[in-house]
Design a protein around this ligand. Structure first.
Ligand code: G3I
Length: 391
């Protein structure tokens, strides 16, 4: 009897396993069909990305009193002369991707390493480019010694020493600083929407105002920026973050914090269909109404969930760049656009958002051989269509 029951039990178990597997297959199939349908909607083979002339992105932006730049690091610019030449041609601004973060600048609690940062500052100066700093206060890229050394007694002194030393070191050479980076995370559940970072735990919410005041004292000429991501699309998560970021900016302005601009990172998703230009422009207008300038600080478009076909990927990615930039450049307070890298040869996405098929990423204006792609055309077209900025 028991054997029969066991047999029955096994059959029921296998049947339900089979049912679950087929339900999962249906769900996956539906998801793939949905993705394929939306990708077909995103890919318009007839879309025109024609650009007039050969002028560089740097010159097209400058013609409208805008700035175009990109992120790079010493480890790329110092070893690849052709890449460095393309960078100096196409970019009017350089922002270190990693070389001005704590992990690079602070080998020990007592010391500073400005070697890479100084090399990049000189590269920018030698090529008549603007130089921007990223980033003074962040919960990532902290040096290994941080968690065992910094505590609630010494945190304020360590933070002030860092900002005074680093901002002082580059004073007069920096266009702008990302003073504070990515401190909003509504899902951490705080009423002020703040991310539960080590700095918040150590110093409380005032660390943000403290950081801006220290930076303003160390370099009164630099534009001081709050920088964040995940604000681009018409989704509940991005909407909640836009509300929380706006509330932070309003709080800082009401406290008299010396904040001058907002950095919108714009790490976009090539497969995302929920882009609503009206909502995005409304958010940017509310930021501008606080008297803040706006920089698009880290733009790229991941192709992780796009088809393998490079022609399809390039069209969809170019469309995302042009649609987004056409919307944001309608806001007169937007003064600069930087991509998070210039060439697909050096993109963080290869490591952090690689494709399942391991195909090389095609996210940035230049391909791995430094040739201009449709993404380059899209950005050029957006600058050509933009209105001239009031300086
Ligand atoms: O340089 C070391 C190398 O010596 C070591 O062998 C290697 C071991 O993994 O690590 C290397 O450091 C890496 C560094 O990039 C330079 O490649 C770090 O592990 C890695 O975490 C770091 O990732 C950077 C990430 O920020 C974290 O700092 C990415 O390159 C960078 O693109 C990314 O940029 C961030 C912005 O700062 C803020 N906004 C989001 C953006 C994307 O995450």
């Amino acid at each position: 009897m028991i054997k029969k029951q066991r047999l029955m039990g096994r059959r029921v178990f296998l049947f339900s396993l089979g049912t679950l597997a087929s339900l999962a297959a249906v769900a996956t199939g539906n998801k793939l069909r949905h993705l394929n349908n939306s990708l077909q909607a995103l890919d318009n083979e007839e879309r025109d990305f024609t650009v007039i002339g050969e002028a560089t992105l740097r010159d097209r932006a400058a013609a409208k009193k805008l700035i175009y730049g990109a992120a790079s690091d010493y480890r790329y610019l110092s070893i690849a002369p052709q890449f460095a030449a393309s960078f100096a041609q196409e970019c009017g601004m350089l922002v270190p991707e990693n070389d001005l973060k704590w992990k690079t600048l602070r080998p020990t609690p007592e010391s500073f390493n400005f070697t890479q940062g100084d090399w990049l500052a000189k590269f920018a100066f030698d090529h008549n480019m603007l130089f921007r700093g990223h980033t003074l206060v962040w919960h990532e890229a902290l040096p290994p010694w941080f968690k065992d050394t910094v505590n609630s007694q010494n945190a304020l002194g360590i933070l002030l020493k860092h900002i005074e030393t680093v901002v002082g070191h580059y004073a007069g050479k920096i266009h702008s600083w990302d003073v504070v980076n990515e401190v909003i995370l509504p899902k951490d559940g705080r009423s002020d929407g703040l991310r539960n970072t080590p700095w918040l735990q150590l110093l409380g919410p005032d660390y943000i105002d403290i950081a801006f005041r220290a930076a303003a004292k160390a370099d009164p000429q630099a534009l001081l920026i709050y920088n964040d991501y995940g604000l681009d699309y018409d989704t509940p998560e991005h909407e909640a973050k836009r509300v929380a970021v706006l509330n932070l900016l309003k709080r800082l302005k009401s406290m008299g914090t010396p904040i001058h601009a907002f950095g919108m990172q714009a790490h976009l998703q090539g497969h995302e269909t929920r882009f609503n230009p009206k909502k995005l422009k409304a958010f940017l207008q509310e930021v501008a109404n606080l008297g803040l300038k706006i920089l698009i600080t880290e733009m790229d478009v991941t192709d992780q969930k796009l088809p393998l076909d490079a022609k399809v990927r390039d069209r969809i990615i170019a469309g995302a760049y042009e649609d987004y930039l056409s919307a944001v450049l309608d806001e007169p307070a937007v003064i600069a656009v930087l991509t998070w890298g210039l060439s697909d040869r050096y993109t963080w996405l290869s490591e952090f958002k690689s494709r399942g098929d391991k195909a090389p990423i095609r996210t940035l204006p230049l391909d791995e051989q430094l040739k201009r792609k449709l993404a380059w055309n899209a950005i050029a077209r957006a600058f050509d269509k933009a209105s001239e900025r009031e300086v």
